[in-house]
Design a protein around this ligand. Structure first.
Ligand code: NOJ
Length: 504
């Protein structure tokens, strides 16, 4: 009920049908699974839950035979508490060289019972946990920007980089095509580990430069190091998770000797409103212009509320998500699709609390349910859970009983389905020449609408207003919803709809 690598191999035919060029897998390395694999205990092995290294090799071969690439998720910011380094560090005690690979510090206050600084963890609570020393007494504290099971590595320690080099080569030698790099903006910590100002805005997207935990100058040395190894493998690429808002700072990660690509998240975070979408697009394009790099786009991922739900849920959310797909796929650059978006899946906020697995749920004192809502397995066929996802009747997150209409089986032959729209959009996009520039030309558009032209002439228009507007002239290549009724003055673009056109 969990999904595994053989399962992915078995579904490569579906990926071909969908038309994608590759797959990014969330972490599959050995992990106790405190944060869904983002707590790695052995970075150079596959977790037995998912298969083994040989199965991964077969997956790579199968994808390559189908002309697709495989991108692995790499977690260089932290390890699992079950990583041998961490176990050795706890064991070796204060002042030992073993503790220097992490951030072990004495606590504050007379008895050291207060954390070394005021940093919060991204998942709630303090970013420090106290260990018990050998003699049973409360001991030093270690830093974890995420869950306590994810101790942060100290990147100023030479072992840390050397070990990552080895990990990169291990997977690249096996044939993988690149890496999505987790927390790519968080790898270097300030030397003094000073308190954050009380009024600093703590947000996942780093907007406050005073939050000294992210986007330190030293982070770029790490990316240069990674790039040097990856460059030994022609064609391999890195995609950084870079939650840095200001475009000039974001662009630094994309210098020629750093990351190949990065997620900017502006579009992911934008509401369904033409002005906000345009602003998001412009900021990502501006970052690419500064860096001379290719932009990437995503409407969702495994950390955020699915787009159907974000844009309004139900039929409205679905119409808007379909419209935004046409915007995303018309933009120049690399488009990422989060699994299940092509089936129009909503986030599932009905998961019973006792089935939640995201560490955020416990860490926030049950104030936040976390990200499980967007991680429910995708439904393949049939009318009842687990919809062909597993031969077990139990899946790791329960699947809603209402998802029969979302299955691949229910959608594949239906020309009006969201899956059919994805397939048509991807196929149409494939027929276009690759964009020559990472820019678009904006057209004047009625209020609440946007329209841009790609450098190959294709126009994308989106209506986020509540009124129908005249459709720009041209041959309609694809629309996210019906364009009827036609008025005496020509075709119209209804609300919550986008269209691709080739102007006459
Ligand atoms: C970002 C990943 O996308 C998220 O799922 C994870 O919890 C954190 N990094 C910590 O590794």
């Amino acid at each position: 009920g969990l999904g595994d690598l053989q399962g992915v191999i078995d579904r490569v035919g579906y990926l071909e049908l969908l038309g994608v060029d590759g797959v990014w897998l969330s972490p599959i390395m050995r992990s106790p699974g405190a944060d869904h694999g983002y707590d790695v205990s052995d970075p150079r092995d596959v977790d037995p839950l998912f298969g083994d290294v040989e199965t991964l090799r077969r997956l790579v071969e199968t994808l390559h035979a189908a002309r697709m690439v495989l991108i692995m998720d790499l977690v260089p910011n932290h390890t699992s508490v079950e990583h041998p380094w961490f176990a050795a560090a706890v064991d070796a005690g204060p002042g030992s060289p073993e503790r220097e690979r992490y951030f072990f510090r004495d606590g504050l206050g007379e008895d050291g019972s207060l954390p070394p600084n005021n940093w919060p963890s991204v998942f709630g609570g303090p970013a420090w946990t106290r260990v018990t020393e050998h003699d049973g007494t409360p001991g030093q504290w270690y830093l974890h920007l995420f869950a306590p099971e994810q101790p942060d590595l100290d990147w100023s320690h030479p072992d840390v980089g050397a070990d990552l080099d080895e990990t990169l080569r291990f997977w690249l030698d096996l044939g993988v095509d690149g890496f999505r790099i987790d927390v790519a903006h968080g790898l270097a910590k300030p030397d003094d580990l000073a308190d954050l100002p009380d009024d600093v805005e703590i947000a996942q997207l780093v907007v406050d430069e005073r939050d000294a935990r992210w986007d330190r100058p030293g982070v770029h040395d790490v990316h240069r190091r990674i790039r040097a190894v990856v460059d030994e493998y022609p064609g391999a690429a890195t995609f950084g998770e870079v939650w840095v808002g200001p475009v000039d700072r974001f662009a630094r990660y994309l210098r020629p000797d750093e990351l190949h690509f990065a997620f900017h998240f502006a579009l992911t975070g934008a509401p369904f409103e033409a002005g906000a979408v345009r602003e998001a697009v412009d900021s990502t394009l501006e970052a690419s212009r500064i860096a001379g790099s290719t932009p990437t786009w995503a409407l969702s991922n495994h950390d955020v509320v699915r787009e159907v739900t974000r844009y309004g849920n139900g039929a409205l959310g679905t119409a808007r998500a379909r419209a935004m797909l046409l915007v995303e796929l018309a933009l120049p650059g690399i488009a990422f699709i989060y699994n299940g978006a092509e089936l129009g899946l909503p986030s599932d906020f009905s998961i019973p609390h006792d089935r939640l697995t995201d560490p955020t749920w416990e860490r926030s004192g049950h104030a936040e349910t976390g990200r499980d809502h967007c991680r429910v397995p995708i439904p393949w066929e049939g009318t009842r859970p687990p919809y062909g996802f597993s031969t077990a009747d139990h899946t790791w997150l329960p699947m809603p009983t209402s998802w029969g209409r979302h299955t691949v089986e229910a959608q594949i032959e239906d020309p009006g389905s969201t899956l059919s729209l994805y397939r048509a959009a991807i196929e149409t996009r494939r027929s276009w020449p690759g964009p020559r520039t990472a820019s678009v030309e904006w057209y004047g558009a009625p209020s609440g609408c946007l329209a841009f032209r790609r450098d190959d002439g294709v126009v994308c228009a989106l209506n986020t207003s509540v009124r129908s507007v005249p459709l720009p002239h041209g041959e309609v290549l694809l629309s996210s919803g019906p364009l009827t009724p036609e008025t005496p003055t020509g075709a119209i673009l209804p609300p919550d709809t986008a269209v691709w056109l080739r102007p006459h």
